[in-house]
Write a protein that binds this ligand. Structure first.
Ligand code: FE2
Length: 286
């Protein structure tokens, strides 16, 4: 007897969003794509902000010291320089193509400040939730410069910067996660040849188009520049450029399927835990 089928199911585009313009930190202009009224979360991803401006007034204020508890913050820079500093003793500057991955755990104070006074600052901030069992883990910090983020180059010109996870050809990103293990890749397509990536069938997967237009899945739904696309269940991600070149982020992970209680910089499972976080912060227990 033979097992029927073998063709992996392909993830299709089910919704898209251009987010909304807002500001956070000390007046940093950004587009919030996840963590909005329209798209509260893409479990386990709680927030996605895209920032990008060559106008210093849009970013110079940065994100002065502030606390977090209960999740991880990821900063990925496309252009510019950003300095991270926290009260666990971690400090570092990343430039274009670098990543800062902070596990806030039970509590941390950090600042994220532009390390430039002019020019283009462009990148993303992603919040990755922690499982209930790990929300009160000790804080941790991982930082990788662009040269430490593997670049997989295909003969056809496709380039994949692998921050986390493993590509079909076996390139693995440097970020190691003990809790949620997302796949996080920055893909540049130079031809109409598809990008293909296998993920867990039940992963929640999003694609954010940085430049150009792309076509998703076998239904060939179009996703345009500066737009976030949410994919449905399935094991295979299939993306083609619809313009001469296209660049996008792909981020994917299994959902936690746990209760989420938000309170500003704290994300816990219950409102009581959020109140406790505010109380611990006010009483210098971070
Ligand atoms: Fe922060």
């Amino acid at each position: 007897m033979t097992i029927a089928s073998n063709k992996n199911s392909v993830k299709e585009l089910v919704s898209s969003s251009v987010g909304f313009k807002t500001s956070d930190g000390d007046g940093v202009s950004m587009t919030r794509l996840i963590g909005t009224a329209e798209l509260n979360m893409v479990d386990p991803f709680l927030l996605l902000d895209a920032f990008g401006s060559d106008e210093p007034n849009d970013y110079i204020g940065g994100f002065p010291p502030h606390p977090h508890r209960g999740f991880e913050t990821v900063t990925y820079l496309l252009e510019g320089k950003m300095r991270h500093k926290d009260n666990a003793g971690n400090e570092g500057v990343i430039e274009s193509g670098g990543v800062q991955w902070m596990t806030a755990g039970k509590g941390i104070m950090h600042s994220e400040m532009p390390e430039q006074e002019n020019g283009l600052l462009q990148g993303f901030q992603l919040w990755v939730n922690l499982p209930a069992a790990n929300k009160m883990t000790d804080p941790a910090y991982q930082e990788f410069s662009a040269s430490e983020v593997p670049l997989e180059s295909w003969d056809n010109g496709t380039e994949i910067r692998v921050v986390a996870g493993t590509t079909e050809k076996g390139t693995t990103g440097p970020v190691k996660n003990d809790y949620v293990s997302p796949l996080f890749m920055d893909v540049s397509l130079a031809t109409s040849d598809p990008f293909e990536q296998t993920v867990n069938a039940q992963d929640n997967t999003f694609i954010y188009v940085i430049d150009g237009d792309v076509e998703i899945g076998t239904q060939q739904q179009i996703l345009s520049a500066k737009t976030l696309g949410i994919l449905n269940a399935g094991e295979q991600v299939l993306v083609k450029a619809k313009t001469d070149t296209a660049r996008f982020l792909i981020v994917s992970a299994l959902p936690l399927n746990e209760k989420v209680a938000r309170g500003g910089p704290f994300v816990m499972n219950t409102q009581d835990e959020v109140r406790q976080a505010f109380d611990d912060f006010r009483n210098n227990r971070f």
